[in-house]
Every structure is written in structure tokens, then in C-alpha cells.
Write a protein that binds this ligand. Structure first.
Ligand code: ADP
Ligand code: ASP
Ligand code: MG
Length: 413
């Protein structure tokens, strides 16, 4: 019997009616002859509401307690979805990460999955039940509750799909697939039918919030196709899968925006062997996630300016870490520039098409948008711009790369 993992996001569970809808979809898959495992997120915006509540109670809530708090959101959903399935006359059981045996490391708020036990799930499936798993959460080896990072119910789903050998991991959400850009910012964006894991991975990593990037890593590593689709219709969505030969034909498949970044600049850094290693080891030790890094050498090679971007929420911590080692390493000063964002163009075809960078820079220049930093990799070109310029920059790039929907309602470039 084939196995399907279905994941429902917060907006797809925000009301009793939507919970019943998700339940019906799971039952349909079961009646279609599949073993069904559901992964659910917290209802609606409840994770945000819990975070607001936490900061109303405590200025700097301990991460451990935040994890205890936030995991309650998913626990509400699993119980309600199980009840909805029961009320439709089918058997279901809800499982938290602890009940299931989903073990992570101990990094609160950004834990990584270490192993998933399939024993309990297999037993329940064997009994003919639909299993409903709480997304986003884990337990560390000492039994502490952890969470996997915002939006990470996708990752729970893909990891489970990998462990269980599911034929597909279906991600049900409030859009009908992955678009060429965020449709909330770029109304001209169009749905993409098929995407290679690598492109989706880069789109997610550079801001396409529709999927959590670590979910794509699991899909790619364990060859699980991921189907992103609407929870409201039966229409086919976007299939994320291994690269096919036709995919190279399009140079840029998506443009993305990553908001709320900060650039940390270390000025007058002595240009000695081992200095960068020392700085970034300290940053990594403090679990600050570093995005792009730039270094310029000056003063005849004696000094360097070293900058890196990070999430604005990590900026204060990053600054403290850098300031601590600044004196020890003889670094001139540490500055933080908040209020920046990153726009990126992503596509496998970039490997073989030229002129992508110049199209990007020209589009931004015509829009009078200044580029503060540029970074490139094999299938991505990114620019740091002021946060206020981000949405307009995204729309300009979408047009410049020929991705806008045709006025006749066609599928775009
Ligand atoms: P869920 O609650 O189902 O996990 P999310 O809010 O995490 O849903 O993801 C869906 C949202 O992602 C969409 O409403 C859309 O605004 C946003 N989004 C950002 N980039 C894209 C993109 N390239 N394609 C589709 N949606 C995108
Ligand atoms: N509820 C969590 C969040 O809002 C996880 C998820 O929705 O994927 O980030
Ligand atoms: Mg999501």
C-alpha cells in the first residue's frame, strides 16, 4: 500500500470548516487505498499570537520557554484534526513529536532533526488509522521540547515522507503552487508547474516563504517528490522534483525577496591569516546565521573591511559577538545597518545563459534603485537594496526577466 504525507499550513486550518476540509482530504486519500500521515501547523496566525503574548510578558523570553509555548499551537491542531476525522466516522490518532519519537539537537528555536522513529507510526497505520503529527516540533535527547524554526512544519512533513518512503509529500497551502514570485507582492506572478529541487531550494533560501528550505533538502536527498498545492481546490499545483532536461531552457524561473536583513560591517580588520576564521567561528558558536559575506582589502593589503548580512532579529547578537572579539583582534569598529533586504533571481538556466546579471542591474538602475552589495552562485544572483525599495525592485526584476503573466492570461515566459 503506498504512503502519502499531507501537510496543512496554518491558513488551511484557521477555522472549524477548514479543519473539516483537511480531514475530508485525508479520508479521501485513505479511501483511495493509501496509508496517510498528516502533518499540521498551528491554526491561522496562532504562532504569531503566542510570540506577541510572550513578549508582552517578558522582554527577552528564554528560548527554552518559547519552545514550550510555541509547540502548543501545533498540539491544538493535531487534536482538532483527529476529532474531525473521528466525527466523519474514520479512525485517527494525533501524535506530538515526543509521542512519535522525533529527535532533534538541542538548539532551541532552530533545532535540526537527528532521527525519527517509525515504530509508533507504523503501528498506528497497521491498525488502519490516519496518523496526525504535530509539525515544527521535536524533542532533544534529554527530553527537552524544541522547535525547528519558523515555517518548519514543511520540514517535518518532508522528513517524515523520507523516513516512511512516501510516494509524495503534499504541501497544502493558501496558494495553488509555487509562483514565479510572491503573488502578494507581484500580482503578475504565474504558477510554475515543475521545479527542480535545486531551484526551489535557492528560492526558499532567498525568501520564497511558500516552502521551508530544509524541507526541500530532505526531498532532494531522499528522492521524495514534493507537491505544493491549494488546500481549497483539487487543481494540480507545483511538482518539485529532480531536474529534467527541459528545465534549462528558461534562464530565470523565479525572483525572490528576503526582507528584514541587517548588514554587520567590521571596519579596519587586520588582514592576517586566520582572522576571518576566528571571527566566523565565534559567530557560528553563537548560532548566528550568516547570509552573504563580502571582504575588501585596502591600505596595500594591510587592512580589510569585512561585512556580512544576517537576519535583522540576529543583528544585536551578531554585533555583541563581533564587538567582543574586536578588541582582541585589533578591529577598528563594528557597525550595523538595519533596514536592508535582498532580491534574487534564480534559475538552472543561468548556468548556460549569459547576460542575466546585466539585465538585473539595468532593471534596478532604471528604477533608480541603488545596489549595496552583489553576490552570485551557480544558479542565483542577489543584490542587497534598501528595505523600502524591495517590493518595487522585485516587480521590476519580474518584468525584466519576462516572467509577467501575459495579458491574455497565458503562463508567462
Ligand atoms: P502555510 O501557512 O500554508 O505554510 P505560508 O504562508 O508559509 O503558508 O506560505 C504561503 C505563502 O507564501 C503565500 O500566501 C505567498 O504569499 C507566499 N509566497 C512567497 N513566495 C511565494 C512564491 N514564489 N510562490 C507562492 N507563494 C509565495
Ligand atoms: N506554526 C509554525 C510557524 O508559524 C510552523 C509552521 O507553520 O510551519 O512558523
Ligand atoms: Mg509555511
Amino acid at each position: 500500500m503506498s504512503m502519502i504525507v499531507q501537510k496543512f499550513g496554518g491558513t488551511s486550518l484557521e477555522s472549524a470548516e477548514k479543519i473539516h476540509r483537511a480531514a475530508r482530504r485525508a479520508i479521501r486519500a485513505k479511501l483511495g487505498g493509501h496509508r496517510v500521515v498528516l502533518v499540521v501547523s498551528a491554526m491561522g496566525k496562532s504562532t504569531d499570537q503566542l510570540l506577541t503574548l510572550a513578549s508582552a510578558v517578558c522582554h527577552d523570553p528564554p528560548k527554552r520557554e518559547l519552545d514550550v509555548l510555541l509547540t502548543t499551537g501545533e498540539q491544538v491542531s493535531i487534536a482538532l484534526v483527529a476529532m474531525a476525522i473521528h466525527s466523519a466516522g474514520h479512525e485517527a490518532i494525533s501524535l506530538t513529536a515526543t509521542q512519535l519519537g522525533l529527535v532533534t539537537d538541542s538548539s532551541h528555536m532552530r533545532a535540526r532533526i537527528q532521527r525519527i522513529s517509525r515504530e509508533r507510526i507504523d503501528r498506528e497505520l497497521e491498525e488502519g488509522r490516519i496518523v496526525i503529527v504535530a509539525g515544527f516540533q521535536g524533542t532533544d535527547p534529554g527530553g527537552e521540547i524544541t522547535t525547528l524554526g519558523r515555517g518548519a512544519s514543511d520540514t517535518t512533513a518532508a522528513a517524515l515522507a523520507a523516513v516512511l518512503g512516501a510516494t509524495v509529500c503534499e504541501i497544502y497551502t493558501d496558494v495553488d503552487g509555487v509562483y514565479t514570485s510572491d503573488p502578494r507582492i507581484v500580482p503578475q506572478a504565474t504558477k510554475i508547474d515543475e521545479l527542480a529541487y535545486d531551484v526551489m531550494l535557492e528560492m526558499a533560501a532567498t525568501g520564497a516563504g511558500v516552502m521551508h528550505s530544509r524541507a526541500i533538502e530532505f526531498g532532494k536527498k531522499f528522492h521524495v517528490p514534493i507537491h505544493v498545492r491549494s488546500s481549497l481546490t483539487d487543481a494540480k499545483g507545483t511538482m518539485i522534483m529532480a531536474e529534467t532536461s527541459g528545465m534549462e531552457a528558461i534562464s530565470v524561473q523565479g525572483v525572490t525577496l528576503k526582507e528584514d536583513l541587517a548588514v554587520i560591517s567590521l571596519n579596519a580588520v587586520p588582514n592576517h591569516r586566520g582572522v576571518a576564521a576566528r571571527i566566523f567561528a565565534e559567530i557560528a558558536r553563537n548560532h548566528v546565521l550568516v547570509d552573504d559575506i563580502v571582504q575588501n582589502i585596502y591600505d596595500h593589503g594591510k587592512l580589510a573591511n569585512l561585512g556580512f548580512s544576517t537576519n535583522a532579529s540576529d543583528a544585536a547578537e551578531a554585533k555583541t559577538v563581533c564587538e567582543k572579539i574586536a578588541t582582541e583582534l585589533g578591529i577598528g569598529s563594528v557597525e550595523v545597518d538595519e533596514g536592508v533586504c535582498k532580491i534574487s533571481a534564480v534559475g538552472i538556466g543561468m548556468r548556460t545563459h549569459s547576460g542575466i546579471a546585466s539585465t538585473m542591474f539595468e532593471a534596478l538602475s532604471k528604477a533608480d534603485i541603488n545596489i549595496e552589495n552583489i553576490s552570485t552562485s551557480e544558479i542565483v544572483i542577489s543584490c542587497i537594496v534598501r528595505q523600502d525599495d524591495g517590493p518595487e525592485a522585485l516587480r521590476r526584476l519580474h518584468t525584466a526577466f519576462g516572467l509577467d503573466a501575459k495579458s491574455n492570461g497565458g503562463e508567462g515566459a
